[in-house]
Design a protein around this ligand. Structure first.
Ligand code: RIB
Ligand code: CA
Length: 314
């Protein structure tokens, strides 16, 4: 049974990898993409999302709706352009998409799609959670209508990456993160506890580019800047597959282990964005704590290797 999904994203190099994975994974029907501030401005993330869907050959209409340009806490954004490049996709040519975004704001597209297909839509959030929090605020009934919410974010048993305590997506909008993690919808948190165990090297991307010269070649070029950051700042000979791991946790849950727990998100101070086991109870989320990293990498590589053949869905 294919899963109908909406991807909320801030492309971003690993977001691009996740989008192309989703388009080529037969387990998914990509219903829509919504964009958010984060790695780059929402203008750039929207342009990048439109361009990636056109590049990857997504059959229209996969609508792309532009979302929030800033976090709910009103604090200044901190883009991760030092990780993903000033335009968000490394040093690749800047997209000039042929198609315009959907006229609705992201939260409204999410609400409309979920309300039209109650129980069928899974939300996959791989950027800051502002759009999901806005959708919940406008339509609280979403919490009972979605099939599932899968989030790339958080760090429960490992250090953070934007600070030692916090992972970037939850740090970027802690108010939204708290709203999303305390709602009554079913949430799976794919955090640094598992995503930092999955790594691809320059050689891996060269293999993807060799097997899929057009789409894989573009992604391999985008990944060079991203890997250079990891080599210099993290000291590994490759890059972590944060966002693709969230989509693979949905298509291949058998490769992951987890634990249910209620979480709180620290709102400010040095620990802003940190996810801690809640002492005040609240809805439990499934926190992934273990992964068969080799299997995840294998399915990622195999799926991207056919990216030039046109999407398996959408
Ligand atoms: O911490 C990793 C997350 O932050 C990923 O989603 C990456 O794209 C950045 O948004
Ligand atoms: Ca992201």
């Amino acid at each position: 049974m294919r899963r109908s999904i909406i991807i909320d994203t801030d492309p971003g190099v690993d977001d691009a990898l996740a989008l192309v994975y989703a388009l080529n994974c037969p387990a998914f029907e990509l219903r829509a993409v919504t964009t958010v501030h984060g790695n780059v401005s929402v203008e750039r993330s929207t342009r990048n999302a439109l361009g990636l869907l056109e590049l990857a050959g997504a059959a229209l209409p996969v609508p792309v709706a532009r979302g929030a340009e800033a976090p709910l806490n009103g604090l200044p954004r901190r883009e991760a352009d030092f990780v993903h490049g000033p335009e968000g996709l490394g040093e690749t040519p800047v997209f000039e998409p042929r198609h315009a975004p959907d006229p609705r704001p992201a939260w409204q597209l999410i609400r409309d799609e979920v309300a039209a297909r109650p129980g069928e839509i899974t939300l996959c959030a791989i950027g800051p959670l502002t759009n999901l929090a806005l959708a919940l605020a406008h339509a609280p009934e979403l919490a009972t209508q979605v099939a599932e919410v899968v989030l790339m974010g958080g760090a429960v048993g490992v250090p953070g990456n934007i600070t030692t305590q916090a992972e970037y997506n939850l740090w970027a909008d802690p108010v939204a993160a708290a709203a999303v993690l305390s709602a009554s919808w079913p949430v799976t948190l794919v955090g640094l506890d598992v995503t930092t165990q999955v790594m691809c090297t320059r050689e891996d991307f060269a293999q993807i580019a060799q097997r899929a010269p057009r789409v894989g070649g573009f992604l391999a070029q985008a990944a060079q800047f991203y890997i250079a950051f990891y080599e210099q700042a993290v000291g590994i000979p490759g890059c972590h597959l944060h966002d693709p791991s969230a989509l693979i946790a949905l298509s291949h849950p058998e490769y992951f282990r987890g634990e249910r727990m209620a979480l709180e998100v620290i709102q400010d101070g040095e620990a802003r964005g940190q996810t801690r086991r809640s002492t005040a109870g609240g809805p439990e989320v499934q926190v992934l704590t273990g992964v068969e990293a080799a299997a995840v990498k294998r399915v990622f590589m195999l799926t991207l290797s056919v990216a030039d053949c046109g999407p398996a869905n959408a």
